[in-house]
Write a protein that binds this ligand. Structure first.
Ligand code: SF4
Length: 224
C-alpha cells in the first residue's frame, strides 16, 4: 500500500517542544523525499536564549555526517568572520531552512543540490518550531534560498542586502550572502573582498541588534 505523503512536517512535530525533542523527532520526518538519501536530519545548534539566529539553506556533506550545522568549510569561514566581527558564536543559534542534505553523487563525491520550493515549504515547521522556542531579537538569512523562504519570494539579496525589516518571528530580520558564496569566489583577491564585506555586514548586524532588542522589549516580544 502506498503511504499518503503529508504536505509538510507539522505532523512530525513532537507535542512537548524543546530544541532537543525537535532534534530527536526530526529523525523520523518523511514529509519530503530528502530523508531517503541523507544520513540524518540536522537541526540547529546554539543556546535557546540566543538573541541572534542565523539561517542557512541546508546541511552540507560534513554537517550530514556529523549531525551538526555549519561545521564544514563554510561553517569554519563563518566562525572566523563572527570572531572578526566580535560576535560570540556560543551566543548565537545556527540553523537551516531545510534539515536533510540534498545532493547528487559524482563518483565518490556528494555534490550539494539546491532544495526546491516544495522541500523548503515541507520543512518550514521545523524551523518555525525552533524559532518559536528561541524567540530571537533578530534573524539573519544566509543566502537567497533562506532569504526568499523567510522574507518573501520577491526578496532580492543583491538589492536588499543590509536592510532590516520587521518579521513575525523577530523584531528585526535581514539577509546577507551565504559564506559558501565566498568560498566559490574566482580568485583570492575577490575572495578577500567578499570576506571583508561579509565581516562588515556582521558588524552592522551586531550594532543593530541592540536597537532590535529595545524594539522587542517595547513590543512585548522579549523572552520572559
Ligand atoms: S528535509 Fe525537512 S521536511 Fe524533508 S524529510 Fe527532512 S526534515 Fe522532513
Amino acid at each position: 500500500m502506498t503511504r499518503k505523503r503529508v504536505e509538510n512536517a507539522s505532523a512530525y512535530l513532537p507535542e512537548s517542544r524543546s530544541l532537543n525533542s525537535l532534534r530527536v523527532a526530526a529523525q523520523s520526518c518523511e514529509a519530503c523525499d530528502l530523508y531517503r538519501n541523507a544520513t540524518q536530519a540536522v537541526l540547529g545548534a546554539g543556546p535557546v536564549s540566543a538573541k541572534l539566529v542565523f539561517i542557512g539553506e541546508q546541511p552540507g556533506n560534513d554537517e550530514d555526517l556529523q549531525g551538526l550545522p555549519f561545521v564544514g568549510p563554510a561553517g569554519k569561514l563563518l566562525d572566523r568572520a563572527l570572531a572578526d566581527a566580535a560576535i560570540d558564536r556560543s551566543e548565537v543559534y545556527l540553523t537551516n531552512v531545510v534539515k536533510h542534505f540534498k545532493f547528487e553523487e559524482r563518483g565518490k563525491r556528494r555534490i550539494h543540490k539546491k532544495p526546491n520550493t516544495v522541500e523548503v515549504n515541507a520543512c518550514q515547521p521545523w524551523l518555525e518550531a525552533e524559532i518559536l522556542l528561541i524567540k530571537p531579537k533578530m534573524i539573519v538569512c544566509l543566502g537567497a534560498t533562506a532569504a526568499q523562504s523567510i522574507l518573501g519570494r520577491t526578496y532580492r539579496l543583491t538589492k536588499e542586502r543590509g536592510t532590516f525589516r520587521e518579521h513575525p518571528w523577530a523584531a528585526c530580520a535581514t539577509a546577507m550572502i551565504h559564506p559558501s558564496a565566498i568560498l566559490r569566489a574566482p580568485d583570492a583577491e575577490e575572495r578577500h573582498r567578499q570576506y571583508e564585506e561579509f565581516v562588515a555586514d556582521l558588524k552592522q548586524i551586531k550594532n543593530k541588534l541592540k536597537q532590535c532588542s529595545r524594539a522587542a522589549a517595547s513590543s512585548g516580544r522579549s523572552r520572559a
